[in-house]
Structures are given as C-alpha cells and as structure tokens.
Ligand binder design. Structure first.
Ligand SMILES: *Cc1c(COP(=O)(O)O)cnc(C)c1O
Length: 472
C-alpha cells in the first residue's frame, strides 16, 4: 500500500517492527495522545541491544578491550540509561543533573564519565565525591578541581581531553593540545590530588579516517604521560558513530539534485525554496547525513584496521600492545530505532496566498536537532474517525505552535494522497537520538512533551517526567 503521507520527493524512513505496529494502530495512538498530550515521545529501547552488539562484534573481531558509554545528552529519558546499563554499558554525562540522576538511578560510578563542556564547581564536587572520571577540558578547570581535591582524600580520576594537533583535523574548542597538557602537568605541584587514567577526544563529523588519526595521536600522548609516571588505562574516542535513517541512497542523492535545480521561489520541494544550506547538488553539511553507507560495526572495523604511518601496526594492535581499553560514547547511533514522536493535527488551512498548511499540536523544537531540518518522511495515522469522508489529495507544509512566520515543523513539502484532517495523527519516526530533547523549549509556556516507554500496547511514563525527577 502506498504511504498516506510522503515528501513530494519521498525520503522513506527505515522503521523498526515496534514502530510499524504502533502506526498501524490508530486507536492506540489516539489513546496515548489523549492521555499524555501532544506531542508525545514514545520509546522502545529494544533496538539498542542490536546497536551495541554491532559495535562490540567489530571490537572483538580485533581482540581489543572495549567499552560503550551512552551519551546521555542525546535523550533525557531514564529508561535509556536503564537499558544501556542492563546491556553492560556505561553512561557519558554532560551536566550536574545528568550525573546526579545517573547516580540516584544506581549507575555505578566506574560506569560513568563526565564530559561536560563547562563544569560547575558543584559538578566537579559531585564527580570527585563519587569517584567518577572527569574529562578535563582546560587548565582553569583543572585548577578548580585541584582546589576541591586538596581538601579531599583519594585522588580524583581524570581523563585529559585532547585537542588534536594534526593538520588534518579542523580546529576545535574542546580540550588542549598534548604539549599544553604536558607543560601544565610538568609544573603541577599536587600530583597526588588527581590520577590521570585516560585520554579523551570527541570529533565533529563522522569521519573514520580522522578518528584513526587521533587515536594514534592519543596513544602517543598516553606514552608521554606514562613517562611522567601516569598509567593511562583507556582512550575514549567520543561519539559521532554514524547511523542511517534512510535505506534508499537514490532517494537521498536525488533529493539534493532536485533541490539544486529548483528555481528560487518554487515551493514544490521546500518552504520558500529553502536550499537547507546546500550550495550545489551535494547534500548540505548544515544537516545530519540522514543516509549513510558505512555505519556502526563496519565503520568501527575500518578504524581499528587502519594502519600507522609506517604501516607496521593497526590501531587495534597499538591499543592491545599498550593494554589500553578503547571506549566510545555514541549517542545518536545507540538510540537508533528507540524513539518515535506522535503529534495531533490541529487544523488544515490555506496561507494567505492559498498555499496549504497543516497545523500540529507541537512546536518546531520538539522534533529538531541542531541540523537545519529532519529529512525523514513522517507517517500519517488516520485517526480522525470513521465519519470522515474520503478526502481529496492534499499537499502542503507542517506548521507549529510558536507565533512565528517561520514556525515549520519540517521544511519540506508533504503529499497526502488521501487527504488529511483535524484529529489525524502524524508520527515522526526514529526521533530517539537528539530529535526529541536536544533543543526542546517551553517557550510561550507551552509544556514540554511527555516521554513514555511502550511495552506492547502498554505505555508507562518515563521517570524523567515524574514529579521532581527532571528539570522543568
Ligand atoms: C555529543 C557528544 C557525544 C555523542 O555524540 P553522538 O554524535 O551522538 O554519537 C559523545 N561525546 C561527547 C563528548 C559529546 O559531546
């Protein structure tokens, strides 16, 4: 059966079985929205097991010691933490509250790492008091930690965040160059206050080649730290492990080619012929690459097999020779398949120039990441009731609740071959990584979306939405 909704040029979502079941059950969708409000973030974490296994299989193929840490900032639910921990993973936290919630939840301190970009003294203290590894970003932060650690007992475990010095790696605000760290620790007067147990980095983008380079640089850095008497136990390569939302590569490339050919002002593909940051027929780099060929396991495999400059050893060999554990912090790619957002249609109407609009009970921060758009087709769930007449085809844009002209939920035009009306439901698939929470706002004092965990046809509110649990 052709879909009830698709982009004018379709970008068809890859769906997990639980998502298929949900969108084929209009009664359940309606019931959920009735109970929890629109929009609603629905979770089923079963896919996380597969995602983790893909990474672990690649690592064990190279015989390395390996550990996965879920990057918590990609999804705020406590259910996601529970699942990661049940799978034997750790959690990477980016704030005082993220850390506090994990500790309260019973995540063991050795399964946590704090990678917050800016660390409050309260965060440093909470980590130090609980013996949680802190990834240090800069020397002022190190000095803040030293003040705390001086008064305490056991040395605080830290990883040093490495800013690559390689000319092939773009400049980064995160971490310091190896030499800066070495200079700092050469004149460090309280060596017993902290213990350097790891080297950490996180790169922008999804390049495996860049990660292989910086892993080698990290091991050279670990060797230099070893000469100063520190024992580096792990190198943490951060996140950015790729995933793919779309199966069809020709849909993906075809969309960008067609968009480039569009005359200015032609709205047949996007609102106000928005190029989404593209300057030609190539995918824009203002957006996540929603279709990718090399993902998770095979991607990691390539990195581990990459050779050092003289070709004598692979990245995997360099790790095992040193007895160093490789860690990674995937957010998005671990949550692949774990979430879907439901939203109720509030109205259909015409823009003042006659163009068709579909208004949703949600705002554009509720299905959006830092990318300029989410290029995955939503799914229409016909829930407006059996009394609705067979409607004629409709074509238009999805608009949201903020009082702004540019309040588009998605920037592409959508087709509804059998119409759409108030009371129908739109499902945004695979929103679990970033699309739900990373920029959600309660502007206009509109409430944040609720988060539920689905077990079959039964939904429970995630504990992050229980009174007192989250940050409201
Ligand atoms: C954001 C972030 C991650 C997760 O990145 P993904 O792209 O979701 O895998 C991991 N580590 C650090 C330090 C981060 O800032």
């Amino acid at each position: 059966m052709p879909p009830l909704m698709h982009g004018t040029l379709p970008l068809t979502a890859r769906l997990e079985p639980w998502m298929e079941n949900l969108v084929q059950d209009p009664e359940l969708c309606k019931e959920l929205l009735g109970q929890y409000g629109s929009p609603l973030n629905v979770h089923d974490y079963s896919s996380m097991s597969r995602n983790i296994t893909e990474l672990r299989d690649a690592a064990s193929g190279h015989g390395i010691d390996f550990q996965v840490y879920l990057a918590r900032k990609a999804n705020k639910t406590l259910g996601a933490i529970d699942k990661a921990v049940a799978e034997g993973c750790g959690v990477d936290v980016a704030s005082f509250h993220e850390l506090g919630q994990c500790l309260q939840r019973g995540v063991s301190p050795e399964s946590l790492i704090v990678t917050a970009a800016v660390k409050s003294r309260a965060l440093l203290k909470l980590a130090a008091d609980n013996n949680v590894v802190l990834s240090l970003d800069n020397t002022d932060e190190a000095a803040d930690l030293l003040e705390l650690a001086k008064s305490g007992g056991a040395p605080v475990p830290v990883a040093l965040r490495l800013a690559s010095s390689s000319p092939e790696i773009p400049p980064t605000r995160f971490g310091l160059a190896a030499q800066q760290w070495l200079d700092f620790f050469a004149q460090w007067d309280s060596p017993q206050a902290i213990s350097i147990v790891g080297v950490h980095f996180h790169l922008n983008g999804y390049s495996g080649g860049q990660r292989a380079l910086v892993l080698q640089e990290s091991m050279e850095f670990a060797d230099a730290l070893g000469q100063l008497g520190h024992t580096v136990e792990f190198v943490d390569m951060g996140g950015g492990i790729p995933m793919s939302y779309l199966d069809d590569s020709t849909q993906w490339t075809g969309f960008w080619e067609a968009l480039a050919d569009l005359p200015d002002g032609d709205e047949s593909l996007t609102w106000k012929s928005d190029r989404l940051g593209a300057t030609g027929p190539q995918p824009s780099n203002a957006l996540y690459p929603y279709h990718q060929q090399l993902i998770r396991g095979p991607w990691l495999d390539q990195i581990l097999a990459a050779r050092n400059p003289d070709g004598s050893r692979s990245v995997a060999q360099m790790l095992t020779e040193r007895g160093i554990q490789l860690r990674c912090e995937p957010g998005r790619s671990l949550l692949d398949g774990c979430g879907l957002t439901l939203s109720e249609v509030a109205f259909t109407k015409q823009r003042s120039d006659g163009s068709n609009l579909v208004g949703l009970h949600m705002n554009r921060t509720q299905c959006r990441s830092t990318s300029a758009d989410f290029l995955v087709d939503p799914i229409l769930v016909k829930a407006s009731g059996r009394h609705a007449p067979e409607r004629s085809p409709y074509s238009g844009f999805l608009v949201g609740a903020y009082c702004i002209e540019e309040e588009l939920i998605l920037r592409r035009r959508f087709e509804f071959p059998h119409g759409i009306s108030k009371g129908d439901i739109i499902a945004f698939p695979n929103t679990g990584g970033y699309l739900m929470h990373i920029i959600e706002s309660a502007s206009h004092q509109l409430p944040l979306a609720k988060n539920v965990i689905l077990e079959g046809r039964y939904a429970v509110l995630d504990d992050i939405d229980q009174a007192g649990a989250g940050i409201r």
